[in-house]
Design a protein around this ligand. Sequence first.
Ligand code: FMN
Length: 152
Amino acid sequence: MSKQLKILVGTVTGNAELVAEEMQYTLQDDFGWQVQVLSMDGLDAEALAPDAIYLVCSSTYGVGDLPDNAQDFFDEVAAKKPDLSWLRYGIYSLGDSVYSGSFCLGGEHFDTLFSGLGATRIGEIGRHDASEDDLAEDCGAAWVRGWIELTG
Ligand SMILES: Cc1cc2nc3c(=O)[nH]c(=O)nc-3n(C[C@H](O)[C@H](O)[C@H](O)COP(=O)(O)O)c2cc1C
């Protein structure tokens, strides 16, 4: 598994997808990684295969819920409970601090799920605050430059 990364995207209005694409360009062009951006729509639990490191890039809706396009994948992994002790992953979570009680919980739900199945998180969770921070894609690309150095 050399320099292979899969970014799993959960989004409603497209911000997380823009972030993932900007991360993809950054990691391919500046760090020599091979990066696939995958919408969580239609993914099943078997999509998690030990040929790559994973990065979940997801926004937050409802009151700390996942975007609709990520819910089925999340529920399937939670139900099947695969052994993910091989999995190394990162989390970049998008939210808005006006939702003070549920800020960025979308990505954090995946952290709880994956770590509970034995996976190992790389680095701290990245967070984008739509009320405070610069453009999500700029913040995400800056964050991923530091994060990718931790994968070695
Ligand atoms: C109806 C609605 C509910 C939201 N609920 C939350 C929330 O509970 N917590 C949070 O941190 N952000 C919440 N947000 C903010 C979004 O997660 C944020 O705007 C994000 O950048 C959207 O990314 P996306 O375009 O990839 O879906 C909510 C936004 C909307 C429109």
